[in-house]
Structure formats: structure tokens, C-alpha cells
Design a protein around this ligand. Sequence first.
Ligand code: F6R
Ligand code: ZN
Length: 193
Amino acid sequence: MSSTTTTAGTSFIDPFSATIDLAEGVMTDFTRRTERKASSMRGHYADASALERLVASGDPLHYEVFEKPVPEEYGHLMYCISKLYPGLVGEEYFMTKGHYHSILQTGEIYLCLRGSGFMLMKTKDGCFAAEKMERGRMVYVPPYWAHRSVNTGTESLVSFCAYNAEAGHNYGDIETEGFVKRVLKAGGVPVIR
Ligand code: F6R
Ligand code: ZN
């Protein structure tokens, strides 16, 4: 470690790099992996019995997040690979839990590397937005907007995400508020309603 002038509250760390397998949609040298199976999605889908059938049939993986975490402090940038598998719960496409950042004034960038779907976003006072996600498309999630990704394709929806490392995640409010709209398969195509 070299010597430098640091500010209290922001740790000095050495530079590093990470390897991302763009074909598989994984960070190959991750040091933290979070997985969410169907059973961890209770309360989020409209068709609760369809989710229970999925849990009973082997509780498949819904999504994974790969990280090499940095200090959760002002000035650092957290980043990850988010890999959401394809599937349906009843008529509703597989999705992430979704969250507000605990520090609401922090945004996030998602760069979609693979697959297709939507980023659903909502604010505390009822605004709603949806942005298309597909390979090469970047979604800017501004401060104050909760965000949830939805996979409407037949392959994994993979994104690289970057955000303020001190942001934190507030899942509880989405569990109680829901997300305004859902993405459902209707007539064979995704419909947001
Ligand atoms: C981080 C972020 C993503 C998600 C990931 C899983 O702030 O938005 O890395 O954490 O896509 O989704 P959640 O966290 O909603 O389960
Ligand atoms: Zn986020």
C-alpha cells in the first residue's frame, strides 16, 4: 500500500480488476455471491400458489449477484454482475425483489450485457417508469427510484451494475408497497400492467 492523503470515512485501498465472462454472464473471480431461489421471492408475485408449486418442484434459482465488494463508504463505487434466469411464476416473468437504496439520494447504472427484459422503477410518491433492457443498453436509475429487473426473454438477463458503495438496500418498503405494475405474459408477449 502506498502512502497518500485520505479523508476520514473513505478507506484507502489498492486498485484491482475483475474478470467478467460475457458469454456466461458471471464474474469469474468474484469474492461474494448472493443467490435468490424461488422460496425467497414469497410475497412478490401475484400468483402465490404458482410460486409455491415452483418451490415444491425443486425451488429453482431465480437470480445470482456476483461481486468483489469494496468498502461501503462515501467515495467508493460498488459494482456487480446481476444474472436473472428466465421463467414464469403463473403468467408473471421472473424478476428481482427490487429495492430502494437506503440512502435515497443515490442512483445506479445498469449496463445490460445479455438477454432482454425491463427495468421497472418507482418512487415513494407514486411515479412509475419502465425501461427496456437488452444487450448494449444502459439504464440510468436516478436517485429516489426503487428498481426491479424483469426477464422477459428465454435466456438469462445479465447486467453490470455500478452505484455508490454506501447506498445500502431497502427491501422492506417494496415488500409492503409492491411495485405499481407487473410484467405479465399475455397473448404470448410481455405486457406491463
Ligand atoms: C444494487 C442493485 C443490483 C441488485 C441485483 C439484485 O444496488 O440494484 O445489483 O442488487 O440486481 O436485485 P435485488 O437487490 O433487488 O434483489
Ligand atoms: Zn440498486
